[in-house]
Design a protein around this ligand. Structure first.
Ligand SMILES: Nc1ncnc2c1ncn2[C@@H]1O[C@H](COP(=O)(O)OP(=O)(O)O)[C@@H](O)[C@H]1O
Ligand SMILES: [Mg+2]
Length: 213
């Protein structure tokens, strides 16, 4: 299975979601690799370094790739390959999406965050990616229920599908990241439950998509 994370803007939470998915799905017994396609930042690769230093389990394979094509060669060797893309992934984004069972488009609640992601989604659709493979996820989310409702309504109007659980922005998650952990590896069970719900909903969707491939 291949899941990709794509965004127009940087800092929306792609790499955070990549490591959350990787850790939780690896815990369920799958072999998982994160392809770090953002060599300028190398966020996932640096996180892997901290994770190794802290000797955390499960061990997650992370490797930098300069091209999507090279990363895709790993797909047969793992149960799940996660393509952690760069910002402004115009061309590469299409290649990533075309090869993926599911494409995650992280966004915040602001119009400034949603608009470029909607544009990215339309471009992928124009490039031949099936709309039902595109899934918006509210990431680094902090805001009221009212704000959540307004943002969902906006994306719905743009014909976008949005994951029900949100990936909240929390200091404890920032701290976990600094220690080489994923958001599900914070010491607070309420936070764990919230972010595991995000993974479960994504896995359900990815499973449904993989079946129709
Ligand atoms: N849910 C979260 N809670 C707290 N901090 C987060 C969360 N998600 C991401 N971050 C932090 O926000 C910054 C940008 O996130 P990142 O995943 O690197 O974005 P991207 O990969 O889209 O550029 C990083 O410093 C990361 O640790
Ligand atoms: Mg990143």
């Amino acid at each position: 299975m291949i899941i990709s994370l794509i965004s127009q803007k940087g800092g929306v939470g792609k790499s955070a979601l990549a490591r959350l998915l990787a850790v939780e799905i690896a815990k369920s017994g799958w072999t998982v690799k994160i392809a770090d396609l953002d060599p300028a930042q190398g966020t996932s690769t640096k996180w892997k370094g901290r994770r190794d230093q802290a000797v955390l389990q499960p061990d997650i394979a992370v490797e930098k790739f300069r091209t999507v094509e090279r990363a895709l060669k790993e797909a047969d060797r793992y149960d799940l390959l996660i393509l952690d893309g760069p910002a402004h992934a115009e061309r590469g984004g299409r290649d990533m999406a075309a090869a993926s069972d599911l494409v995650l488009l992280p966004t915040g609640y602001s119009l400034d965050d949603m608009e470029p992601q909607i544009e990215a989604a339309y471009e992928l659709e124009d490039g031949g990616v099936a709309p039902d493979r595109l899934l918006f996820v509210f990431c680094r989310a902090k805001g009221s229920d009212a704000e959540d409702r307004v943002a969902r309504a906006y994306l719905k109007k743009a014909r976008m599908t949005v994951l029900t659980p949100v990936f909240p922005e929390l200091a404890s998650i920032r701290q976990a990241h600094a220690e080489g952990r994923a958001a599900s590896e914070v010491p607070f069970s309420k936070v764990q439950d919230k972010v595991v719900a995000v993974v479960q909903a994504i896995v359900d969707r990815a499973g449904a998509m993989a079946e129709v491939t």
